[in-house]
Design a protein around this ligand. Structure first.
Ligand SMILES: [Zn+2]
Length: 439
């Protein structure tokens, strides 16, 4: 297959943007990247996706989400993280999350992510086998990390059975499908005891899978961990040798300077979730300082209930804007840096940069075409500027994962969108009826 673009944005420093470019794909991999003329002269393809009026770029990497929570979007807003979690989300999850919920929620989320140009995502949630099967069908690439926590969660009495099931999932799925990367996810330092975090480290090592965790998300967490363990959250994990594993942490809003250095030294990936941090008033993560320190920073949406969508373009735009406001410096996190975070930076943070994140020979063909012909993208001086400051999820025209076309001309091929919309609405009505009988 040959896919073109008026601009090919590669994330490869040797040749960042190719005008009138094209990519040749064979067996799911990128085999050539060059100008369209040269590619067409050198390769013959049975399928061609022309690139007039489009930019071709790597698919977006959503480094942190609780994917099936799309079914809770808009259920409870404008609350503190603790109030929101303890009084709304955890009870609702206990009551409603079952295999059907995950099947419908995950499929709805895959539809939304494909429509917005996300090609790889991290799912830290429940019923991972159901989620993985949905991802297999929808054609996306995902790190599936079942969440384990020290108190009852859907289907589990507490840590022991939840974690045992997570380890079983990892054993079942490790190496089974190259698009599904199993991982372990102890929920957070304030919800998982040091003994259990140590168990997670040992299992991650034994089965050679990454660990992901919520970390230093709020000031409340920092105070809580300080009181309980006499250490700040990142230092607490370091004291347990947690950071010596392959780790990517979500949020990291409140690290101190020495913790930033520590994460850089340990190669901890950080996933910045600006929508969620703003909505839950968690604060402004010191992203410029973390980037400066050499930490691999990617972007995420977090669950749709704290966002309220899975739109990576919004995460890109917010990242490019809020840190300028916070630092009172308009040169902070320029467009190029932020676009890199949403693609190659995320791939690096997840430990997948040898497979995805850039348009480079030998990498998997996870690509998107973004239409440039709308009013809000006209005229065009700098394609990177447009992608960061003006483009929207709805501008994504084509989505390709592993060389398979999942969406073309905005038509999603791998999801029965009518059916899943009906099923999602039905579940929403059930939740509404149970939780808010007065409405
Ligand atoms: Zn989260």
């Amino acid at each position: 297959m040959i896919v073109g673009g008026d601009f090919v944005v590669t994330m490869n420093d040797a040749q960042p943007v190719i005008k009138n470019g094209a990519v040749a794909i064979n067996n799911g991999k990128i085999v050539a990247v060059d100008t369209q003329d040269k590619i067409l002269a050198a390769y013959r393809a049975s399928k061609r996706l022309p690139g007039e009026g489009k930019v071709l770029m790597p698919g977006l990497v959503n480094g942190h989400s609780h994917t099936a929570m799309v079914l809770f979007r808009g259920l409870a807003d404008d609350l503190s993280l603790q109030d929101w979690l303890q009084n709304y989300i955890f009870p609702a999850e206990g009551q409603f999350v079952n295999e059907n919920f995950i099947r419908v929620g995950e499929t709805l989320a895959c539809w939304e992510m494909i429509s917005g140009g996300t090609t790889t995502f991290v799912d830290m949630y429940f019923k991972p086998d159901v989620a993985a099967r949905v991802v297999e069908r929808c054609g996306l690439r995902a790190v599936i990390a079942p969440s384990s926590i020290d108190f009852p969660s859907p289907g589990f009495r507490g840590w022991d059975d939840a974690f045992a099931a997570a380890v079983d999932f990892v054993k079942r799925w490790k190496g089974r499908n190259p698009r599904i990367i199993p991982a372990l996810a102890p929920h957070a330092p304030y919800t998982v005891s040091p003994e259990h975090l140590t168990q997670a480290i040992q299992a991650a090592r034994q089965y050679d899978v990454p660990l992901t965790i919520h970390l230093a998300e709020t000031q409340t967490e920092v105070q809580d961990i300080q009181q309980r363990y006499n250490a700040t959250p990142v230092q607490h994990l370091e004291n347990l040798s947690f950071l010596e594993s392959r780790v990517f942490a979500a949020h990291v809003v409140w690290p101190n300077e020495s913790e930033i250095e520590l994460m850089a030294k340990r190669g901890v990936g950080v996933i910045h979730n600006p929508d969620s941090n703003l909505k839950l008033a968690s604060g402004f993560a010191p992203v410029p300082a973390m980037v400066q320190a050499g930490i691999q920073v990617g972007l995420g949406t977090d669950g749709a209930a704290s966002n309220n969508d899975l739109d990576m373009w919004e995460a890109i735009r917010l990242t490019a804007l809020i840190h300028k406001g916070k630092t009172l410096d308009p040169t902070t996190l320029p467009a190029k840096t932020v676009l890199r975070m949403a693609t190659l930076g995320g791939a690096e943070a997840l430990g997948l940069a040898d497979k995805i994140g850039a348009i480079k020979v030998g990498l998997q063909a996870d690509l998107i075409q973004v239409d440039l012909t709308s009013a809000h993208l006209t005229p065009l001086y700098d394609v990177i500027s447009h992608l960061v400051y003006a483009a929207k999820a709805q501008d994504v025209d084509t989505v390709i994962v592993d060389g398979q076309v999942l969406m073309s001309e905005r038509r999603v091929f791998t999801v029965n969108t009518e059916q899943i919309r009906r099923e999602a609405i039905r579940i929403g009505e059930q939740i509404q009826a149970e939780l808010r009988p007065s409405n």
